[in-house]
Design a protein around this ligand. Structure first.
Ligand SMILES: C[S@@+](CC[C@H](N)C(=O)[O-])C[C@H]1O[C@@H](n2cnc3c(N)ncnc32)[C@H](O)[C@@H]1O
Length: 265
């Protein structure tokens, strides 16, 4: 499956994804994943940043709110339309463009930093995407991205619950099966049943890679890995949002920060 095929799936998801996430149904993102990502992000005030696979722009807006001058790109035109509408309503100076991460429409060394929230495991040829991100970064710049944790969310994962319904363990399989565009269909579990019945589930092509292959691709692109993050719900967050309590058993997300060396030889 290539980028154009992936774009068809995401274009089909974009309306419902925008509506349900803006209604607060992506609880993992809002309660855990994005706050942890932002806590790990170095100061970006005054810096020029690119958000790759920005969707409708919620996370791009969060970074712009920290004082960065942001550009957001996504392959699905409906996401870009929604992102631009949000920008028109409450301007943050964000430039949104429809583009493919595998061929970024920017000159070399255009950005101080690049982010990619939960988009790299959804695209083919991640080695090419990482090389493109490296190219558009200035020397000394950094990339920070989040993905489904390859070790704990490979193509097969199941929460194992005790009699009280609490998650006690996580069962994983097919870790070494590097799928290329295996389509997963699902809906945010927080969406109420009566609304769920009216919605088509998301159709998400998955491109799972092992952790060692992620590291190999990041290094082959020229990056130096600086930091990993594995967000875990605090007791308070787990009480407030029981859905995310399973991240206290094993992580669902992996955050990686990597730098472009200041002087490349
Ligand atoms: C799980 S969504 C995440 C959206 C957003 N970053 C967020 O966190 O809300 C994955 C996004 O990656 C985008 N995407 C997939 N392949 C892409 C590609 N080759 N180039 C640019 N965007 C891509 C999809 O259109 C989708 O918006």
């Amino acid at each position: 499956m290539d980028s154009r095929d992936v774009a068809v799936h995401w274009e089909g998801n974009a309306e419902t994804w925008t509506r349900t996430t803006r209604a607060g149904h992506d609880v993992y993102r809002d309660a855990l994943n994005t706050p942890a990502f932002l806590a790990m992000l170095p100061p970006v005030e005054g810096l020029k940043g690119l958000d790759v696979g920005c969707g409708e722009g919620a996370n791009t807006r969060s970074i712009a709110g920290r004082g960065a001058r942001m550009t957001g790109i996504d392959i699905a035109p409906t996401f870009i339309r929604h992102a631009r509408e949000a920008e028109d309503e409450a301007p943050l100076g964000i430039d949104y463009r429809e583009a493919d991460a595998l061929a970024l429409p920017f000159a070399d060394a255009s950005f101080d930093f690049v982010t990619a929230f939960m988009s790299l495991m959804d695209m083919p040829e991640q080695d090419r995407a990482l090389t493109e991100m490296f190219r558009v970064l200035r020397p000394g710049g950094f990339l920070q991205f989040s993905i489904l944790h390859p070790c704990f969310v490979p193509p097969k994962r199941r929460n194992v619950r005790g009699e009280d319904g609490e998650v006690r363990a996580v069962e994983v399989a097919d870790y070494f099966k590097e799928v290329d565009g295996q389509v997963e269909t699902w809906m945010f579990s927080d969406v109420p049943d009566e609304e769920r019945e009216r919605l088509d589930p998301f159709s998400v092509p998955r491109f799972h890679r092992t952790l060692s292959n992620w590291v190999a691709m990041i290094c082959a692109a020229g990056f130096l890995i600086q930091r990993f993050g594995e967000p875990r719900a605090s007791d308070e967050t787990a009480r407030k949002h029981p859905l995310v309590a399973d991240t206290q058993v094993a992580p669902i997300f992996l955050h990686i920060r990597a730098g472009k060396p200041a002087a490349t030889v």
